[in-house]
Write a protein that binds this ligand. Structure first.
Ligand SMILES: Cc1cc2nc3c(=O)[nH]c(=O)nc-3n(C[C@H](O)[C@H](O)[C@H](O)COP(=O)(O)OP(=O)(O)OC[C@H]3O[C@@H](n4cnc5c(N)ncnc54)[C@H](O)[C@@H]3O)c2cc1C
Length: 440
């Protein structure tokens, strides 16, 4: 039976896709969102006509149905762009994912050491991130590439990070799946040099958030409601059912609740103790004078910095996604710094501005401090689920505690404590709405 009252928590991509699909089936939908606008992690900041996403965001999927869905929501108003990203280590920029030829830019010692490792790769059981990466790509590549970046990113020893982080983060960008031997790696390297990577999709105007804004319009046109800037006080449970969601301003009766906000927020509301935690992100959005293209870094859409002496994790150039992200006068750079709530600079990110500006100077992203026109610091909470060694167990404890609530669905990156991409969130939204339809 349709016409159910469905409350969706979170207006990120998962929440919006789920809402839209359920409305099309004739259900009543209310979306409750903490922020002032939709889009979640895939939203954009606008300062006059300069647009910044939360770090580099591109639509990429191998599935025709998902690609068609994206194109349809974007009203066919998008660019198809070839990827050009880099990693910086030992003072040089390397194309990322690393190509066969770029290995020869490394020192002779490193080249020999990598080849030696690859010749003797063995399938072994891995207990953590470090062991997984060493087994798969060798000790040298682990040491020079992965260790520094990952430990800086999480601020914990790589031995304390679950191997699933490597499976989900490295494998999808770096290497074809079957590469536990030298042949697989050679195949990958040759492929990466001689085959053309599929292009990614990016909105022509308005930044990545256009996808969510278009969905919001479609949802509103179908009668869906939003409470933005919402503060959820309670999910009211009666006889193992979530019968209402209370915000500071309203009470919404519910037949079904879909929770896409961080799982830890649900735990807090329901008084469930948990060790699960997310890593936060501060983005420093730099508006800069137009800079000479001769600096290599400015030709990459994004670039990773693993060196622990460098505070920033990654830079990205909004204009290399769409030239409409900048105006005729200025250029821009988005700088990411991962952090936790306890870091001193989380409360006052401004204190990092001078340091980051001098790093950008040192890395040739800018040519002089006077190139900087303005810097906007934006704090983003609950960005990366921290896959500690024990996280699966911690996650199961939470899931078991809410398993008896028969009409509460967890979904999306934050709701499922899942390091995912936008295409995964779209697919998840489609799956959840299908499941709800089949059971109502
Ligand atoms: C730096 C960065 C770069 C990325 N690059 C890419 C890329 O290139 N390609 C790609 O496909 N993906 C990329 N991603 C991942 C992509 O952003 C996510 O997969 C996607 O946006 C997740 O959408 P979601 O709706 O599942 O989750 P979220 O976006 O986390 O949505 C959850 C929503 O819940 C809201 N919320 C939080 N707390 C509450 C509360 N208490 N009450 C109500 N609402 C609440 C949040 O504000 C948010 O709107 C990137 C992510 C980051 C951080």
């Amino acid at each position: 039976m349709k016409n159910k009252k469905i409350i969706i928590i979170g207006a990120g991509i998962t929440g919006l896709v789920t809402a839209y699909e359920l409305l099309k089936q004739g259900h009543k939908v209310v979306i409750i969102e903490k922020e002032a606008d939709v889009g979640g992690l895939a939203r954009s900041f606008k300062y006059d006509d300069m647009i910044f996403d939360i770090g580099p965001h591109r639509f990429f999927s191998d599935q025709t149905t998902i690609n068609s869905y994206i194109k349809n929501i974007l009203n066919c108003d998008f660019f198809k762009i070839s990827r050009l990203s880099a990693v910086f280590f030992e003072g040089k920029y390397y194309k990322w994912p690393i190509s066969f030829l770029s290995i020869f830019k490394m020192s002779f010692k490193n080249i020999m050491s990598i080849i030696f490792d690859l010749l003797f790769l063995k399938m072994k059981h891995a207990n953590n991130y470090k062991e997984y990466v060493e087994n798969k790509y060798g000790k040298t590549l682990y040491k020079i590439f992965f260790k520094g970046y990952t430990e800086k990113f999480f601020d914990i020893d790589a031995k304390q990070i679950h191997q699933m982080w490597a499976q989900e983060s490295i494998n999808r960008v770096l290497i074809v799946k079957k590469t536990n031997n030298i042949l697989g790696l050679i195949k990958y390297f040759l492929k990466s040099n001689f085959s053309r990577e599929k292009k990614f999709i990016y909105p022509k105007t308005g930044g990545i958030q256009v996808f969510s804004q278009n969905l919001k319009e479609k949802i509103t046109a179908l009668g869906g409601e939003f409470e933005l800037n919402a503060d959820i006080q309670e999910v009211q449970i009666t006889n193992n059912s979530a019968v209402a969601v209370k915000t500071k301003k309203n009470v919404y009766e519910s037949d079904i609740v879909v929770w896409t906000a961080p799982l830890t927020a649900l735990c807090k509301i329901m008084n469930i103790a948990t060790e699960l935690k997310y890593r936060n992100l501060i983005i420093f959005n730099y508006i800069i004078k137009k800079i000479d293209k001769k600096y290599a870094v400015n030709n990459y859409q994004w670039c990773y910095f693993g060196d622990r002496n460098i505070t920033l994790n990654r830079t990205s150039k909004p204009m290399l996604f769409s030239k409409n992200n900048i105006n005729h006068k200025y250029d821009s750079v988005c700088v990411e710094v991962s952090c936790s709530q306890n870091d001193s600079f989380w409360d006052t990110p401004e204190i990092l501005k001078t340091k980051i500006t001098s790093e950008l100077l040192q890395l040739n992203v800018i040519s002089s401090e006077t190139d900087v026109v303005n810097i906007f610091a934006e704090k983003i909470e609950n960005v990366y689920p921290v896959y500690t060694l024990n996280f699966e167990n911690d996650l199961n404890i939470v899931k078991n505690k809410i398993a008896n609530i028969n009409n509460l669905y967890l979904a999306g990156r934050s709701g499922l404590f899942w390091y995912n991409n936008m295409d995964d969130s779209i697919e998840n939204g489609l799956d959840i709405s299908k499941k709800i339809n089949e059971t109502t």
